[in-house]
Design a protein around this ligand. Structure first.
Ligand code: GRF
Length: 200
C-alpha cells in the first residue's frame, strides 16, 4: 500500500497565529502529514505572517480593505490559493465571512476553529460570552465552513472547564491550548482519510 500524499494546506489568518504555529510545529516534527503551501492574512502586519516566514513558508497579505466587494476580495484569495496548489483551506483566526463563490472553489474542504462548544457562543468574543453566561464548561470546535457564521458541520470538539477564579485571559489561554491540540488532531484525521470532504 502506498502512503497517502501529504495534505496541501492554505492557511488564512488575521492575527496572532498561535493555531498556525501549532500546525507548523506538527508538520516540522513530522507528526502531521501535510505541507503548508501558503499563509494569507487580510491584515498587513498580522504576527501570523512572521511565523510563516520563520518557517520558510510563503506569506501573503491580501488586505480586504483594498477590494470594492467581498466577491472581489474572495476571488483574489482563491486565485492565490490555487496558484499555491492548495487542496484544503484552514481558517486559523481568520475574521472574514467567505462568499458562496469561495466556498464553491474549495467545496467541502474548508475548516475553521472556534473557541467554544458550538452551537453555543458563535461569533466574536466567544470566551467572553462564556464567562458572562456563567457556563462551567466551554471548549473549542473544528467545523466545516458554510455560508453562516460558525454554523457548519461539526468535525470535533474538546471541552475546557471554566474555573471560578477565571478571568478572560486565563480562560482564553486554556481554550487556546485545547485548540492547538484539537486542530492538529483533526488535520491528522483528514490526512489519514478518516475525515473526508463535506458533501452538502
Ligand atoms: C482562536 O481562538 C480561534 O478559535 C479563533 O480565533 C483565534 C485565533 O487565535 N477563530 P490565533 O491567531 O490562532 O492565536
Amino acid at each position: 500500500m502506498t502512503a497517502p500524499s501529504p495534505l496541501s494546506l492554505g492557511v488564512l489568518v488575521s492575527g496572532v497565529g498561535s493555531n498556525l504555529q501549532a500546525i507548523l510545529d506538527a508538520v516540522g516534527a513530522g507528526t502531521l502529514n501535510a505541507q503548508v503551501k501558503v499563509v494569507i492574512a487580510n491584515r498587513a502586519g498580522a504576527p501570523a505572517l512572521d511565523r510563516a516566514r520563520r518557517a520558510d513558508i510563503r506569506a501573503l497579505t491580501i488586505p480586504h480593505t483594498e477590494f470594492s466587494s467581498r466577491e472581489a476580495f474572495d476571488r483574489a484569495l482563491v486565485s492565490a490559493l490555487r496558484e499555491a496548489e492548495v487542496n484544503w483551506v484552514v481558517l486559523a483566526g481568520f475574521m472574514r465571512v467567505l462568499t458562496p463563490e469561495f466556498l464553491a472553489a474549495f467545496a467541502g474542504r474548508i475548516i475553521n476553529i472556534h473557541p467554544s462548544l458550538l452551537p453555543a457562543f458563535p461569533g466574536v468574543d466567544a470566551a467572553k460570552q462564556a464567562l458572562a453566561y456563567g457556563v462551567k464548561l466551554t471548549g473549542c470546535t473544528v467545523h466545516f465552513v458554510d455560508r453562516g457564521v460558525d454554523s457548519g458541520k461539526i468535525i470535533a470538539q474538546r471541552a475546557v472547564p471554566v474555573e471560578t477564579s477565571d478571568d478572560l485571559s486565563s480562560l482564553s489561554a486554556r481554550i487556546h491550548a485545547a485548540e492547538h491540540e484539537l486542530f492538529v488532531d483533526v488535520l491528522r484525521e483528514i490526512a489519514a482519510g478518516r475525515v473526508v470532504p463535506f458533501e452538502a
